[in-house]
Design a protein around this ligand. Sequence first.
Ligand code: BGC
Length: 708
Amino acid sequence: MEKYKDKNVDIEERIDDLLARMTVEEKVGQMLQVSYNVLSKEDYEKYKKLGIGSFLHVLGDEADDIRKKASETRLGIPPLFGIDAIHGHCLLNGATVFPSQLAMSCSFNRGLIKEMGRATAKEVCADGLDWTFSPVLCIARDLRWGRVDETFGEDSYVIGELGQAIIDGYECDNLIIACAKHYIAYGEATGGRDAYDSPITERKIREVFLPPFKKAADIGCGSMMTAYGSIDALPLTANRRILREILKDEIGFKGFVVTDWENVRSLVTKQHAAKDLAEASLKAVEAGNDMSMNTHEFYECMLSLVRDKKIYMSLIDNAVRRILRAKFRLGLFDNKERPNRSVIGCEGHKNINHELAQESLVLLKNENVLPLGGDTKTIAVIGPNADDIRAQYGDWTFFSHPEPKKDVEPLGDYYTVLGGMREVFGEKHILYEKGCDIYGEENNIDKAVKTAKKADAVVCVIGDCLAQNGEYRDRANLDLSGNQMELIKRLVGTQKKVIAVLVNCKPLCISYLKENCDAVIEMFNGGDFGGLAVAELIAGKFNPSGKLSISFPQYGAQTPCYYNQYDGWHGGQYVDLQKGNVYDFGDGLSYSEFVYSNLKLSKKTASKDDIIEISVDVTNRGSMDGKETVMLFVNDVVSTILTPTMELKGFEKVFIKSGDTKTVTLKLDIKDLAIVTPDLKYVVESGEFEIMVGRNTKEYLKEILTVK
Ligand code: BGC
């Protein structure tokens, strides 16, 4: 048996052996990824036979066919199949559709998110695929951006922690590899414009945007994807400093870097930073990209660069080494055994999904109305998103990708809010009327009001829809669109108890709901079980525990409104707005009251290489058992550069029985208090730090820590 096929030999040795046997054509082939839907049939067949490195968006049988053709090539190097399984393997109808990343981040539950990742890995692998383009580690600070739903919210620390959890889930069984994306600062583009320029400095990148990617690299993430845009006008695709020097050389990332969709071509056609595709290919590889997603001409261009001696073979070898490392690691050379297809959408995964959907919900307001009491006999379920599974699923499912498919029916079990309410309260207790749509084309509000008047309580489900969610879908106006405001105002006017439920992809302007509804529940895109979880929350079948991972502005023009901003704004507010947000990062109610006491630091004076312990007692004063996320914020009191007035440095979600008190201990590594100086050094400055531990950004206990 050839050496590279021998499992007992160390992976790096097997790679050395294989690389030594490969021709330039075979090496460059490994660096190409193609998708069937941008190629002619002939070209697609050609690449299948050529044995190229990777294919994307291929499902099931097609993958088997490609794998077979690859096995018939000279060296039989197996392809790597990539797919956007970003909240479950949802491009496949029938697979488990989990809550979106934004929704699940509100659970603050690392363990559950790891389980979600693990379940997704099983489904992807069972379908014959190897690689998910997830997680998104972008930071959602500009709410106009269309891809806020794909993020873990606005906080770099939360994103890093949940990113590690999901990557661990994806990769722990070596079934698939993850892909942390989009490297880097993609969400920070001017004006929230997708794939545009992010006018930020390397200092800012190191302070805010790099830490989640560093955590991904630290946990061994198999791959990373470069962003579409540019940093201070230098395209990411050609950004050697960011890709090669920082990510690979400094951080020591061992996986491979794939471009985003046609990034190499965009260097020529959109960014005008290369005169032709050969120059673009050269720039991309020199900068540190190892695989080109699409831009199939990359293959010929690379061969011509080699022929013309314009590119170092060592760059190609290094890229191929990284790609082969993933293939060996996944056992693709070793007759990999895949889980049985019966895991796709299986009961076990449904249970994880159901629990995650429950923990992802955020109860934002509850004016003594929830849980609904036994005297509520009839409930009117109203609103455009009450029974729209496409809006509830959000982006990146078979409805939208790889091509839009509007009218298919999901094959797996799912519950819209209407479905969930019927299931939990019994069909005969539920009335339904849509009322209006999201676009402003339908108006049956009179009918909806009539229905509401027949009921004891109204559940009004509003939000946004697929056309307002995702790439190419940046929004300037974050108000509830169409006739939704009229609908909610008329329902409030009925004097019935009104519970507003939001099914949406990002924070919208909801001051009116906060002021006028009796309760407000935020679902975001809740997946298969979002609607059931809402009904169960309303019925008091579980104790809500979600908290916002992202802040809600009063008006769109108030964005960015993230919590960890600087002091120093003259006046501290817009003259035409009240101060503050409608809801802040960390907000979220429970049916229990959690009381914090006894904040203690293991040391009140620490040295710069200490790790201190911070403990607090949390008492569940409610009558229901419940979960509480304890948050640790820090304020660097005096620092050379501006630092945020408060910044999250730790969180822990704990279960506390009714009446019980738990001591929660969080670790703080003093190194994590470092600032990034203007000359790009990481420095912990001596002085005082406020340590704040509590429920959210407003309710906390405080102690002073001195660092010497
Ligand atoms: C997106 C990526 C995605 C890729 C492949 C791009 O348009 O930006 O997030 O993974 O397509 O579908």
